[in-house]
Design a protein around this ligand. Structure first.
Ligand code: CTP
Length: 322
C-alpha cells in the first residue's frame, strides 16, 4: 500500500511522440506524487491505436518504446498500451495508481480516457509542463521549412529555471577510480540515434559527461534555422536520459583543455564513427586536443545513421496531415 514502505507501482501512459522533456517531466512528477519507493510503468500506445484516435505519429512505435525506456525515471515500459486507459491493463502490470497530466485526454468519440480509473478512485494528476508539446515541436519544424532566418528555437515559450535543471540532474558524483567519458554535440530533437550513441559512450567508462553546444554554435554547425530546440531544452532532453551523468551547458565546439580537466578529469572522448565533424571557425579539428593526448575513440552504435534531419524529413513528408 501507499504507506507501508512497499514499492508503489504507478501507471503513466501516453503516446510519447517525439519524446521530449515535458514527457520526461511527467514521469518524474508521477514518481513524486507518492511517498516511499515507486516503480513507474510507462504505458506507450501503438501506432495503430494512436492513428485510430488522434492521427499519425512522427516517431514509429519501436523508437517511442525505446525513447521512453531510456528515461531515467522509467522502471518498465508497457508496449502497445490501450489508448483508453483500462483498469484491466493497469492491473495486469500490478499498478495501484494511474497518473496523468492535468490536460483533458479524450477518445476519438470525445469520452474521457481516464473515466474507469477515476471512478475506481485510482487516478491522480500532476501539472503539465508549459511551453512544450509534440504538436508545438511539429509546428516549429513546419515553420522552419517555411522561413529563412533566426534559429526556430527562438520561438520557444519554454522557460528554463535552475530548479528544473537541478530536478533533472542525476546528482551523481564520480568515484575516484571512475573512468570518465566525454562526448559533445547539439542533441537537437533528441532521438533514438542520440540515445544509442550515449549508451555506447557510457559503456566505455563509468561516468558520462555530455557537452552541449549553445544556440549560436549549433546554428553555425547545422546551418539554416537550426536549432529547433534551444540550449536549455536540449540540456533537459539529454539530462533525462539514463546513460548521462552530467552535462556541460554551452560546451565549446573545439574541445579545450578546460573541458578535459576542470569540471571532470576526462579519460576518454568518444565520437560516433563516420558522423560528420566539421572544422571549427578557425579551421581546426574540434577533436585535436583529445587526439593529441591519445584519449580520442571512435565508437559504433545502432541507428547511427539517424539524425535530427531524419526526424524533420519524416514530419515534412507527412506535412499534409498536420
Ligand atoms: N505531458 C506533460 N507535459 C507536456 C506534455 C505531456 O506533462 N508538456 C504529459 C501528459 O499529460 C501525459 C504524459 O505526458 O501524462 C504522456 O503524454 P502524451 O500522451 O504523449 O501527451 P500529450 O498530452 O499528447 O502531449 P504532447 O502534446 O506533447 O503529445
Amino acid at each position: 500500500g501507499e504507506h507501508s514502505g512497499e514499492t508503489v507501482r504507478v501507471w503513466v501512459d501516453g503516446c510519447y511522440d517525439l519524446f521530449h522533456f515535458g514527457h520526461a517531466n511527467a514521469i518524474r512528477q508521477a514518481r513524486g506524487l507518492f511517498a516511499g519507493p515507486v516503480a513507474v510503468v510507462a504505458g506507450v500506445c501503438s501506432d495503430a491505436s494512436i492513428a485510430a484516435n488522434k492521427g499519425p505519429t512522427a516517431t514509429p512505435e519501436a523508437e517511442r518504446y525505446a525513447a521512453v525506456a531510456a528515461c531515467r525515471w522509467v522502471d518498465e515500459v508497457a508496449e502497445d498500451a490501450p489508448y483508453e486507459t483500462q483498469l484491466a491493463a493497469i492491473d495486469s502490470y500490478r499498478c495501484a495508481w494511474c497518473v496523468h497530466g492535468d490536460d483533458i485526454t479524450t477518445m476519438a468519440d470525445g469520452s474521457d480516457c481516464y473515466s474507469e480509473a477515476k471512478a475506481a478512485g485510482r487516478y491522480k494528476q500532476f501539472k503539465r509542463t508549459q511551453g512544450v508539446s509534440t504538436t508545438e515541436l511539429v509546428g516549429r519544424i513546419l515553420k522552419m521549412s517555411d522561413v529563412q532566418g533566426p534559429p526556430v528555437s527562438s520561438v520557444s515559450t519554454f522557460v528554463a529555471t535552475a530548479s528544473r535543471i537541478a530536478q533533472f540532474s542525476s546528482a551523481r558524483e564520480p568515484a575516484p577510480s571512475d573512468r570518465i567519458v566525454y562526448v559533445h554535440g547539439q542533441f537537437d530533437l533528441f532521438h533514438i540515434g542520440h540515445i544509442e550513441f550515449l549508451k555506447a559512450a557510457r559503456s566505455r567508462g563509468d561516468f558520462l559527461v555530455v557537452g552541449i553546444h549553445d544556440d549560436a554554435t549549433t546554428n553555425h554547425i547545422m546551418g539554416s534555422t537550426f536549432p529547433v530546440m534551444n540550449l536549455h531544452e536540449r540540456v533537459l532532453s539529454v539530462l533525462q536520459c539514463r546513460y548521462v551523468d552530467d552535462v556541460i551547458i554551452g560546451a565549446p565546439y573545439k574541445i579545450s583543455d578546460h573541458v578535459l580537466t576542470k569540471a571532470y578529469k576526462v579519460d576518454v572522448v568518444c565520437h560516433l564513427r563516420d558522423a560528420p565533424s566539421p572544422l571549427d571557425v578557425n579551421g581546426l579539428d574540434p577533436y585535436q586536443i583529445p587526439k593529441e593526448r591519445g584519449i580520442f575513440q571512435e565508437i559504433d552504435a545502432p541507428n547511427s545513421t539517424m539524425t535530427t534531419q531524419t526526424i524533420i524529413s519524416r514530419i515534412l513528408g507527412q506535412r499534409q496531415v498536420y
